[in-house]
Design a protein around this ligand. Structure first.
Ligand code: ARG
Length: 668
């Protein structure tokens, strides 16, 4: 049913006799760049011709002649230096769509052998509020779960909570020194957040004080180096002089950077110092850095008081993050956080030791890995375990429990080195059976090109981000409603409900539509635009399709009931869909390509491929809708066919958005 897959299959057979490695060549069969080149293009003849030492056009013609395509393509044409342009038969296209009408999977083929995936995503450090940085892992991970499940694979989603780290030392310290019992009794989550932020800022103050002299020295050194190079007499040798100038320029740039970093740190200090109460507190708690670490050590050692506090805090922390997940429509099969693995860690180290995989260095237990400068430390000199040790325990547990084919880690690109080492260590340890992938993503930036912060320089809380998105969506919904030719149609409650869906969709889609490995600039205006590749535009397109049926009072069930299904051989005698007009045909082709979009999105775990597809589809729909009257089509047959194209568009858009974790609205 997947057309591209079928084309590749046909060419595979033809290529098998000619080359030992047909697969990379088959990858070069792609959708045509422009409609004038047909629907698909096979661009492999040029590479193959090189291998064979023959003229590419001749090779293209030869392969085209050997490949049975008559039942699939109405036109196969060799063009340019050796492209094979393929145009599908219309009956093939409409037949495919007729089959899709009765297929809950909309043409996406079922896997012969489903695979098992564990997906580690979201995984925030609890005890501090979730922030803008968590949105990417959460929505990309959730989309990947949905896509893989839809394709027919088995997925275990696991939220690997950071519930055992330093941040608990911080709130325990905060609780012991700064608690406001009334506030805690009334609103525990808010009070814990306050304690976290307070301790965080005190720690920051001391860090800043320690850092300033270092930054001052660095700036002075850089400036001196730049001056030295600038004053150096330039060489009489031209090439040498050029090198000198480049070095001087580089030094000047570095000096400028260092100065900027210093200025930023000074500015931060000025802000902190402006609050005398805060300074007094920081002075009073001069040893807070060490003290927080000691609270963590006590917690890990099972100290009754700290463990008791941890048990008391955890439900509050969980309640807060679960409320956010609920709003986002994200759920997990498992939430096995770092604490879950705590009592397995000494065994992990003992096991690594017993297999001779560790060496001691400076009192620490290390795994040395080929290709890495620094070893992976699995136990510190003071006996403490590390993030990496927990991750090794987690791999072992997951592999033993679920026997996955692959484990995906949807985590910030800044942890790339951690995962490179972790995966190398896991393979060494004998857990290389499952494929281990770091699904890395870039940073969310503000308008200034730096990581997105509030105006006062704080990280943006995820909850306030959602609230603001929904608030802005409400304005869009209201404006749109007020502009309706027959007057506004929604009550205030309806508007609020639509705004919640549209606002959250906008946030998610803005993220998912980015190439996940790039950074992107956060903008409420862009994400809520009613035109362009946005959720609002997709939702609007969907509502428009639904509106056609609603306005004409057409029952979708009845529309479909009258259609003959495939006969016993699976063939459709006659498809109820026709595509005589180019806009109809373009829409039909786009609809038939949904399975390709799913495959494409999963090939390298990039949900943005699906958004590219949906945007293209909705634009094709728009063109179709302008060019082809639906309810006033010339004949009943044409009217039915066009209604079916609308129906399929609605279904594909709804399903596509659902796979991105985005809900649709019937009216907007
Ligand atoms: N809690 C970590 C953080 O916030 C992310 C954990 C990712 N998953 C993992 N298995 N290491 O940075």
């Amino acid at each position: 049913m997947d057309i591209l897959g079928e084309l590749r299959q046909r060419f595979r057979t033809a290529l098998a006799g000619i080359t030992a490695e047909p697969e990379p060549l088959l990858e070069m069969i792609r959708p045509a760049a422009e409609p004038k080149f047909g629907d698909y293009q096979a661009n492999f003849a040029m590479s193959l011709a090189k291998q064979l030492g023959r003229p590419p056009r001749e090779v293209a013609a030869d392969i085209a002649a050997r490949t049975p395509l008559d039942d699939l393509c109405q036109q196969v044409e060799v063009a340019g230096p050796g492209f094979i342009n393929l145009r599908l038969r219309d009956d093939r296209l409409t037949g495919t769509l007729a089959a899709v009408l009765s297929d809950p999977f909309l043409g996406v083929p079922r896997p012969a052998t489903p695979r098992t995936y564990v997906i580690d995503f979201s995984s925030p450090n609890v005890a501090k509020p979730m922030h803008v940085g968590h949105i990417r892992s959460t929505v990309i991970g959730d989309a990947l779960c949905r896509l893989l499940r839809f394709r027919g694979d088995h997925v275990v989603s696991d939220n690997h909570l950071g519930d055992w780290g330093t941040q608990f030392g911080m709130i325990i310290y905060g609780y012991k020194h700064f608690l406001r019992p009334d506030a805690y009794a009334a609103q525990p989550v808010a009070e814990l957040s306050r304690l976290y932020r307070l301790v965080h800022s005190l720690l920051g103050y001391h860090e800043l004080l320690a850092e300033l002299p270092v930054l001052e020295k660095a700036a002075a050194d850089r400036a001196a180096a730049a001056t030295r190079l600038a004053e150096q007499p330039s060489s009489s040798d031209k090439a040498e002089a050029k090198k000198q100038a480049a070095a001087a320029q580089k030094a000047a740039r570095q000096a400028e950077e260092a100065l900027k970093t210093l200025a930023e740190a000074r500015e931060k200090r000025a802000k902190v110092v402006a609050d005398p109460a805060q300074v007094a507190l920081a002075v009073e708690h001069a040893a807070i850095g060490q003290a927080v670490l000691e609270e963590v050590v006590r917690l890990h050692a099972g100290d009754a008081e700290n463990l008791g506090l941890w048990r008391e805090f955890m439900p509050h922390c969980l309640r807060e993050i679960h409320a956010i997940y609920e709003r986002l429509g994200v759920a997990f099969d498992e939430e096995l956080g770092e604490s879950f693995y705590h009592n397995q860690l000494s065994d992990v180290v003992a096991d690594l030791e017993s297999r001779g995989l560790t060496r001691e260095s400076d009192g620490a237990v290390c795994v040395f890995l080929e290709g890495f400068d620094a070893p992976m430390i699995v136990r510190k000199r003071d006996g403490a375990f590390l993030y990496a040790t927990t991750d090794l325990a987690t791999i072992r547990y997951r592999i033993e429990r679920w026997k996955p084919d692959a484990i995906l880690y949807v985590v910030d690109h800044r942890q790339a080195e951690h995962f490179d080492k972790l995966f190398a260590a896991a393979r060494l340890w004998g857990y290389g059976g499952a494929a281990l992938h770091h699904i890395a993503f870039g940073t969310v930036l503000g308008k200034d090109g730096k990581p997105y912060k509030t105006r006062s320089g704080d990280t943006v809380g995820l909850e306030s981000l959602i609230d603001e998105g929904v608030r802005k969506a409400l304005a869009v919904v209201e404006e749109n409603d007020n502009r309706k030719p027959d007057g506004a149609e929604f009550t205030a409650d309806q508007r609020a409900e639509i705004a919640e869906t549209v606002g959250i969709a906008a946030l998610k889609y803005a993220d998912l539509s980015q190439n996940r490995t790039s950074d992107y600039e956060f903008s409420y205006e862009k994400m809520l635009a009613l035109d362009g590749n946005t959720a609002a535009y997709m939702q609007y397109s969907y509502a428009r399709v639904r509106g056609i049926f609603r306005k004409a009072g057409i029952d979708r069930g009845a529309l479909l009931a009258g259609i003959a299904g495939p006969d016993a051989s699976g063939a459709h005698v006659r498809s109820p869909i026709v595509c005589g007009q180019s806009a109809e045909r373009a829409l039909a082709l786009a609809l038939a390509r949904f399975p390709e979009a799913i495959a494409e999105s999963l090939a390298d775990y990039r949900p943005n491929q699906l958004t590219v597809y949906l945007y293209d589809l909705t634009r094709k729909f728009s063109t179709f809708f302008e060019a082809c009257p639906v309810l006033r089509a010339e004949s009943d047959e044409l009217r039915q066919s066009r209604l079916l194209l609308c129906e399929l568009t609605g279904r594909v858009v709804e399903k596509g958005l659902e796979l991105l974790g985005i809900r649709v609205v019937d009216k907007m």
